[in-house]
Design a binder for this molecule. Structure first.
Ligand SMILES: Cc1cc2nc3c(=O)[nH]c(=O)nc-3n(C[C@H](O)[C@H](O)[C@H](O)COP(=O)(O)O)c2cc1C
Length: 395
């Protein structure tokens, strides 16, 4: 029997959590309920114990539980953490890394998908810190079931009512399915800029931060894929479970990509590979007086172009960083390189794209159909890209 954890915090809508337990059970899931201490002011843990047939966890320091349930071991057993109802407080704790009770500590240890169903009055829901916390969690890959508009417990009409239990369970089931959707598949992702050296201290590079590629890697892992991340120099943390291969130059990147290509199912070239390099790299720092005022460049290898010639069933996804005629240029590049998907972004916009946590992209498929996204976190963009990729793998 698959096990899920249901986190329950102290919202007035807590009574609906009983139905959520029931509905997960109807779908043949074992439910481990975790309550915040404040939630026990509303409902006794006994009710959830009786419903779920499992001892409810509230306090990480409870002696009786310490032998059998630790936040780490429970995290390895579950396929989903669903928090419903989620208070503004627990959302804030998750978002900022506070771990002062079992539920918030547990959140930090889980690797399975997390689904949050907020419930609060309208003022709390639209309070700036709450919205910021929700955005931050979405950017980490956490999914939300948005609250509904309607009559609230505070005797007002407005937004903030807990979504219907059947909707929450349906979203939970979808997430469990997605978390296994690429099991057994390998995804190669390139990320970041490359550096083309003139001598040991000088190089030509670009503004890429690597964030888009790293978020794609995190999303691929969350769907059960094995992820190889070939990364140019970045200042950000790679996802821990990715197989990281660090490179500096376009030539090094090509070598790694070519070596991995035969054993992968999907290649996503999100790196901003330098188009040019210096023909000769000096092994010693060139003296200022010896530097020429005009420096010659030669082309770097066309990694994606070469892969498309060797393609044996792999799904090839390219990125086009453009400043003008974005769709036209991206479609041309897609045709030239025989890509299955092309993700075009406008790198002229300062608030998205290079070095930003956000992006707004156009995803073009092989029939020329274009999907334009809103401005959203790079993780959410990655989810849309992977939804498209899943439809292509194995075809
Ligand atoms: C009667 C009552 C109803 C409440 N309903 C909500 C609610 O729906 N949503 C919410 O975010 N907070 C609500 N609160 C406030 C939370 O209980 C409070 O912020 C608490 O500190 C949250 O603790 P927890 O997140 O650890 O459960 C309510 C408080 C009371 C007394």
């Amino acid at each position: 029997m698959t096990k899920i954890a249901l986190g329950v915090s102290s919202s007035i809508s807590i009574y609906k959590a009983c139905e959520i337990v029931r509905r997960f059970q109807e779908k043949k899931f074992k439910v481990q309920v975790i309550m915040t201490k404040n939630a026990t002011q509303f409902i006794s843990p006994l009710l959830f114990s009786a419903l779920s047939g499992q001892e409810v966890v509230v306090d990480p320091f409870e002696k009786a539980l310490s032998k059998t349930i630790a936040h780490v071991s429970l995290a390895q057993e579950i396929s989903l953490l669903c928090v419903a109802p989620a208070t503004a407080n627990i959302i804030g704790k998750f978002s900022s890394g506070v771990a002062d009770d079992f539920l918030s500590t547990f959140f930090q240890t889980v690797k399975c998908p997390v689904l949050i169903a907020p419930a609060m009055n309208e003022a709390m829901y639209f309070h700036h810190p709450t919205q910021t916390n929700i955005q931050r969690l979405k950017a980490m890959g956490v999914k939300f079931v948005e609250p509904e508009e309607g009559y609230l417990a505070c005797q007002e009409e407005g937004w903030g009512r807990l979504a219907a239990p059947e909707k929450i369970v349906e979203e939970g089931l979808k997430l469990i399915k997605i978390s296994k959707s690429l099991k057994g598949k390998s995804v190669l992702i390139t990320a970041g800029p490359t550096r083309e050296y003139l001598d040991p201290v000088r190089f030509v590079s670009n503004r890429s931060s690597g964030k888009m590629g790293y978020e794609l890697a995190a999303e691929g892992l969350s769907r059960g894929a094995e992820v190889i991340l070939v990364s140019g120099p970045t200042q950000i943390m790679p996802p821990v479970d990715a197989e990281l291969r660090k490179v500096q130059t376009a030539e090094e990147m090509e070598k790694e990509v070519q070596a991995c290509f035969p054993r992968v199912d999907v290649v996503i070239m999100a790196a901003a590979v330098s188009d040019f390099r210096f023909p000769n790299v000096s092994s010693q720092k060139i003296k200022k007086r010896e530097l020429k005022s005009v420096i010659e460049f030669v082309s770097t290898p066309d990694i994606l172009g070469k892969l498309s010639q060797k393609k044996a069933g792999q799904v090839l996804v390219g990125f086009a960083a453009e400043t003008d005629n974005i769709l036209k240029n991206a479609k041309e590049k897609m045709r030239e390189k025989h890509l299955d998907l092309m993700v075009a972004n406008d790198v002229k916009q300062r608030d998205i794209g290079f070095d930003s946590d956000y992006n707004r992209v156009s995803i073009i498929d092989s029939h020329g159909k274009v999907l334009k996204t809103e401005k959203m976190s790079k993780r959410e963009i990655s989810q849309i890209i992977f939804d498209k990729i899943e439809g292509l793998v194995g075809k």
